[in-house]
Design a binder for this molecule. Structure first.
Ligand SMILES: O=C1C[C@@](O)(C(=O)O)C[C@@H](O)[C@@H]1O
Length: 512
């Protein structure tokens, strides 16, 4: 059911002192919140609660949660909860939230006494398997209290546990607020508006609360007010996923093209299970990140021949005609063309005539044999390079080397490896990625035997490896260039051909 005219964006405020809470309200206002949820369980005394409520500058939900870690004694909790809720009603606060388990006996009293306050009756569901029937029954129980609004807060162990929450959201007869707690629950807020949520919650500025998107990204990146029932869902399936810049790039690109889509981070533990649960046509396409690129191959109904030979899929599209999942690999083309373009540019500036592929015949030194490494190995081989692979797990490196008629060598031989000049170095391992930015796979001096250095790591943008290569005059290709190109390839597949390249490049330069 739809209860929304304009989506309400609520800033959840969990502060320990009244001063902090008042300050947070100011920040919430600056960041564009429509209202604030003031979680009062951590404010020590009732006079402070009163002060905060009187000083509020935005409409507020007053809540008091029993599951907070901070409680010592259940008796005290209940007493204080009742005091806070009574006070909120007396002060005519816009929304007063009553926890069904903690204060069910208060609901009647509060309903009687309230003047303008809207009453939210909420329930907190601990981790476990929540079927849609179980959550549905709980919703009916919450509705039967006569609440103006009901609220379900569920702990989730896996992203697939959020699916029944969407079901409840779609089928509720009264306005419902949902929140799946924890990192894996983030999509309950980001996709809530698609399923009819009239309100979503976010966290403030620097304060991250697991499962809540920052307010600023709700407003500026996802623009959730534009999300509706027809919005197609895309996302990056990865673990970890927080580092991905995909949402920063794909969401503005959808808007630029007038395409009704949203692109969200999907923290997935088991890709097969994820695709089984989110199998409706509205989940239209995915970028596949670490560590799922190889497992993704077996999850697709069809796999493009290049991705099949690489053994890694980084893009899945649900074919609109028949709903089948089709897998592709846009990493390979992205990095090989980026390397070729950089080498050609270098040759042109050296006055040389560009040949078919400037990679042909060269020794291509690859670090890492994961999904991205495999893409590069096959790509380089197909362009006529000789591939040498260094991987921490030697057997894995060896098996990739066999597949591309190359050679695998122990990782501790990498630094001093220098059989010839004019080589290409490609780092496809996580060496140098945040937070280990001080690491590099090959020392500065030994980079001199390379004509080009490529680093798939894009956080940070300028890795130590790239910095040192530039310092000694070696041509570099950054992970950002590969990121743009693979994302462009994905965007074309997601949208059946749209490719706003200049715009996407501009976004990357501005935002990264
Ligand atoms: O390697 C990457 C990066 C990525 O995982 C991301 O973090 O956005 C998305 C993948 O599709 C791509 O192949």
């Amino acid at each position: 059911m739809g209860f929304r005219e304009k989506l309400l964006v609520c800033a959840t405020i969990e502060s320990e002192t009244k001063e902090e809470m008042v300050k947070s309200m100011e920040i919430a206002k600056e960041e564009g919140a429509d209202l604030v949820e003031l979680c009062m369980e951590s404010i020590p005394n009732i006079s402070d609660v009163e002060l905060v409520l009187k000083q509020r500058t935005l409409p507020a939900i007053v809540s008091f949660r029993q599951n907070s870690q901070k409680f010592l004694c259940k008796g005290d909790t209940k007493h204080k909860c009742l005091q806070v809720l009574r006070l909120a009603v007396e002060l005519d606060v816009e929304f007063v939230e009553i926890d069904l388990e903690l204060a069910s006996n208060m609901i009647h009293e509060v309903m009687q006494k309230r003047e303008n306050s809207k009453i939210i009756v909420s329930s907190y569901v601990k981790c476990g398997i929540h079927s849609k029937e179980k959550l549905g029954n709980l919703l009916i129980c919450l509705q039967s209290t006569g609440a103006d609004i009901v609220k379900l807060v569920t702990e989730v162990a896996y992203i697939t546990d959020v699916a029944p929450v969407f079901h409840v959201l779609t089928h509720s007869q009264v306005p419902v607020i949902v929140r799946a707690v924890g990192d894996r629950g983030l999509i309950s807020q980001l996709l809530g508006p698609k399923y009819g949520a009239f309100m979503v919650s976010g966290s403030l500025g620097g304060k991250s609360i697991p499962g809540l998107p920052p307010l600023l990204s709700i407003k500026n990146i996802y623009k959730l007010d534009n999300v509706d029932v027809d919005t197609k869902v895309f996302g990056v399936v990865s673990n970890p996923v927080g580092h991905s810049k995909g949402p920063l790039l794909h969401n503005p690109a959808f808007r630029y093209c007038g395409y009704n889509g949203i692109y969200v981070p999907l923290l997935v533990d088991n890709i097969k299970e994820f695709l089984r649960v989110y199998s409706c046509t509205d989940f239209a396409g995915f970028s596949i990140g670490l560590p799922h690129k190889e497992a993704a191959v077996a999850c697709c109904d069809e796999v493009d021949p290049l991705a099949k030979s690489i053994g890694a899929v980084n893009t899945i599209v649900r074919r609109p005609a028949d709903g089948k999942l089709v897998g592709y690999n846009t990493d390979c083309d992205a990095c090989i063309t980026a390397i070729e373009d950089a080498l050609r540019e270098r040759q042109v500036s050296n006055g040389e005539v560009p040949n078919v592929s400037p990679i042909a015949g060269r020794l291509f030194v690859l670090v890492g044999a994961g999904g991205a490494g495999r893409a590069l190995a096959f790509g380089a081989r197909s362009k006529g390079a000789r591939v040498v692979i260094f991987n921490r797990n030697f057997e894995r490196g060896e098996s990739l080397a066999r597949a591309v008629s190359g050679e695998a060598l122990p990782i501790n031989h990498l630094d001093a490896f220098c059989p010839e000049s004019g080589m290409i170095l490609a780092n496809c391992s996580a060496i140098g990625m945040e937070p280990d930015v001080h690491l590099t796979p090959v020392s500065k001096e030994n980079l001199r035997s390379y004509d080009l250095v490529f680093d798939a790591v894009y956080t940070p943008r300028n890795t130590r490896l790239l910095q040192e290569a530039v310092e000694i005059g070696v041509t570099v290709v950054s992970g950002v260039e590969m990121f743009i190109r693979q994302a462009l390839g994905q965007f074309k597949l997601f949208t059946n051909g749209l490719a706003p390249e200049d715009f996407m490049r501009k976004v990357v330069l501005e935002q990264f």
